[in-house]
Design a protein around this ligand. Structure first.
Ligand code: FES
Ligand SMILES: [Fe+2]
Length: 416
């Protein structure tokens, strides 16, 4: 196989084939970090309600780089690279903290929460001797700032000043769905899950775009008739990039069984003993029961009945990632609604009866793909193009092809 990434063949001009080496190759992964995670694209770094007070900060990650999301004295949210300008240490090791300044443990260079260097020990030397050169200017050595945009409480960051504003980045249709959940009400975090997955990070956004598997892999869901592919729904793609998308569905009546013949696991006489994790109340003006918004490259926000969660992929190498789940609600929720949201984590969470299947199959994917980099995935359901499926058609891999359309344009210089 040629070593130059730009010379390596993709099996087809269109995106109906994805070569397996894309999921394991270290050079390809390093280029993803440079061009995607450190390029003009946005990463989710947390919720503003996690750092509610001036002086609060939290550790987050963009690509593989540790960043600190801070709320400075004026209440403004910012993000800085979490490495000391002196000798490259991670300045802060705590997940959450509060204070007026950040002090590096090694030589105690001290920064304010905007990243400005405000203290340098022995700057003038000891007893008038030594110290830093006269022209040493702390203003040149602050922490590297990232660009930040907060969308109704969800905080996004990018290293690239040229990234478009978030609304423009997502496009109107996806923006409307994102702000259906982040609608301006104050948010509150209900809890976190974190899990390590030994597989390539792209499998996660692909899975979130993959309406095909939902009615086939998730045996729990299907056995009890809780989701079916014949449900009314929508696959929406940002028409410009094709890489941000929404999967949404409206639940049918349970006794409407048309179109379920191919779903072998449906057990019409199965019933759950405890239906409470499924018991939901209507919250939004529409009848959408599941809405999954996937933002390029690797952030998802999901509403499933009353469950609300961010799912953020943190890359850890070509064949490992961490999935960080942030369960949230609105600050004004009453105790009953809060309880409903938390109970649903039994279905959709790191060990959820539904979502546990996804991370398990990713590891099976890694086993197959890693050992067979010369083989290709076939992504032809719903056609070979990147056009969105016709309205109401939920059985399409079009959004996955859309993801790779943008991905290839970013990643490889000689192919379109
Ligand atoms: S490495 Fe941070 S102060 Fe020296
Ligand atoms: Fe799934």
């Amino acid at each position: 196989m040629p070593t130059d990434l730009d010379e390596r063949p993709w099996p087809s001009e269109d995106n109906s084939r994805i070569p397996n080496w894309v999921y394991s190759d270290p050079d390809n992964y390093r280029r993803e970090l440079d061009r995607i995670f450190y390029g003009p694209f946005w990463s989710f770094v947390g919720l503003a309600c996690e750092i509610p007070e001036p002086g609060d900060y939290m550790r987050s990650v963009v690509g593989e780089k540790s960043v600190l999301v801070t709320r400075s004295a004026d209440g403004e949210i910012g993000a800085v690279l979490n490495i000391c300008s002196h000798r490259g240490l991670e300045v802060c090791r705590d997940k959450f903290g509060h204070g007026r300044e950040l002090m590096c443990p090694y030589h105690q260079w001290t920064y304010d929460l905007r990243g400005d260097l405000i203290g340098v020990p022995f700057r003038r030397g000891v007893k008038g001797k030594g110290g830093y050169p006269r022209d040493f200017d702390p203003a040149d050595h602050g922490l590297r700032r990232l660009r930040v945009e907060t969308v109704n409480g969800a905080v996004f960051a990018t290293f690239d000043e040229n990234a478009p504003a978030m609304r423009d980045y997502l496009g109107e249709e996806i923006w409307a769905r994102l702000t259906r959940v982040f609608d301006g009400r104050a948010l509150e975090v209900l809890g976190y899950h974190r899990q390590r997955v030994r597989a390539n990070w792209k499998l996660y956004p692909e899975n979130m775009k993959d309406s095909y598997h939902a009615s086939l892999l998730h045996v729990f869901l299907i056995s009890f008739g809780l989701y079916r592919i014949d449900q009314k729904g929508e696959l929406l793609q940002d028409p410009r990039t094709r890489a941000h998308n929404v999967v949404s569905s409206i639940r049918n009546d349970l006794d409407d069984v048309a179109g379920t013949e191919e779903m072998r696991s449906l057990k019409r006489d199965f019933q759950l003993n405890d239906m409470r994790p499924l018991a939901s109340v209507k919250e939004y003006d529409d009848d959408v029961t599941i809405q999954i918004v996937t933002m390029f490259p690797a952030f998802t926000v999901q509403q499933q009945n009353n469950l609300l969660q961010c799912r953020n992929v943190v890359v850890k190498g070509p064949e490992e990632f961490e999935l960080v789940w942030t369960f949230f609600g609105y600050a004004g929720d009453d105790a009953d609604l809060r309880r409903r949201r938390v109970r649903m984590a039994n279905l959709v969470g790191a060990a959820g009866l539904i979502s546990i299947d996804d991370t398990e199959v990713f590891e099976f994917s890694r086993a197959g793909m890693s050992a067979n980099p010369d083989r290709n995935c076939v992504v032809e359901l719903g056609g070979r193009g990147i056009e969105p499926p016709v309205a109401g058609d939920m059985v399409s891999e079009g959004p996955i092809r859309g993801f790779y359309d943008l991905y290839r344009r970013i990643m490889y210089d000689r192919r379109s």
